[in-house]
Design a protein around this ligand. Structure first.
Ligand code: CUA
Length: 324
């Protein structure tokens, strides 16, 4: 066991501390070790320097009525000592920091890949089979690589228990990776101020036991076949972007609210009146510009080809369930 490994093993106690959340990834112990190393060095030298200063102020004060003595010139041994010791410490901190940075930056080749999208104000996680979830499920003891981008402004994916934090930027991809060491639920935050609901931009990492992850993913990906359509629609409403423009509480957004809209007669741009039924909703999803509700801009993109018929049916069933 190398010196460094022994130090890390000593620091590797799960359960968290006064300063730190529990260490649930393979990188966490190393990150914490550097933190504590710098912390204790800082505390040690703070107390040493302030203590000596206080002592010297008292010990060498000029007594009343005495004349100032000539200042001493210099002390070679002392000056070399207080230059070389910090130099060694700083080089050691750089070495640890650089190693830790490379570890956090370089995902293993065989890592399981999850695509992450940040948007105001939610996270979406897409798995290799195409399934999208609002929470991040990962298998325990498997390296996971996140390939992340943003739909709008800069966000930052932050998982304290894994000591992972990386900006999520529009127009480019950023990456992060981790290997979880313990099953359980852990918090995800957004760590970059991104607007009024920044503090609500939360999600969970669910670390699954061996075998459970595959079962979960298979079941989750088949939600259209296993869930009641309205419930499946509620999920699609959140993961397919409807929620960005259409509220479910009666308030107007970029588009009209979904609440109580089914069965209503609505005035369109141009004055025509339309009864909102299944066919109108289907048309609005596939050809949003065909008939736009009065008072709104024709800005909705088409979902033709992006949503399967079954998904459209589920969303319509969900809208029907949102009674006034
Ligand atoms: Cu997203 Cu703050």
């Amino acid at each position: 066991m190398s010196f460094e490994h022994r130090l890390m093993a000593a620091a590797d106690e799960t359960g968290g501390s006064f300063w730190m959340p529990p260490e649930i990834s393979t990188s966490a112990a190393g990150v914490d070790w550097i933190f504590y190393f710098i912390f204790w060095i800082s505390l040690f030298f703070f107390l040493l320097i302030v203590g000596l200063m206080t002592y010297f102020v008292v010990r060498y004060r000029r007594p009343k009525g005495s004349q100032p003595e000539g200042a001493p010139s210099h002390n070679m041994v002392l000056e070399v000592t207080w230059s070389v010791i910090p130099l060694i410490l700083v080089i050691f901190i750089f070495y640890l920091g650089f190693k830790g940075f490379m570890d956090l930056f370089t995902a293993p080749q065989n890592a399981y890949e999850v695509l992450v999208t940040g948007q105001k104000w939610k996270w979406l996680f897409q798995y290799p089979n195409g399934y999208v979830d609002e929470n991040l499920h990962v298998p325990v003891d498997v390296p996971v690589r996140l390939v992340m981008s943003s739909e709008d402004v800069i966000h930052s994916l932050y998982i304290p228990a894994f000591r992972v934090k990386r900006d999520v930027v529009p127009g480019r991809y950023t990456k992060a990776w981790f290997q979880a060491t313990q099953a359980g639920d852990y918090q995800i935050f957004c760590a970059e101020y991104c607007g009024k609901s920044h503090s609500d931009m939360l999600a969970k990492v669910v670390v699954e036991k061996p075998g459970d992850f595959e079962k979960w993913l298979e079941k989750a990906a088949n939600f259209l076949d296993t869930m009641p359509p309205a419930e499946a629609g509620a999920r699609l409403y959140k993961t397919r972007g409807c929620a960005q423009c259409h509220s479910i509480d009666g308030t107007s957004g970029i588009g009209p609210t979904f609440k109580g809209v089914f069965g209503e007669t609505v005035v369109m741009l141009g004055g025509a009146k339309v009864a909102v039924d299944e066919n109108y909703l289907r048309e609005s999803i596939n050809e949003p510009q065909a008939r736009v509700v009065a008072g709104y801009q024709p800005v909705m993109p088409t979902f033709k080809g992006r949503l399967k018929d079954k998904e459209i049916t589920a969303i319509i069933e969900y809208i029907k369930s949102l009674e006034r």
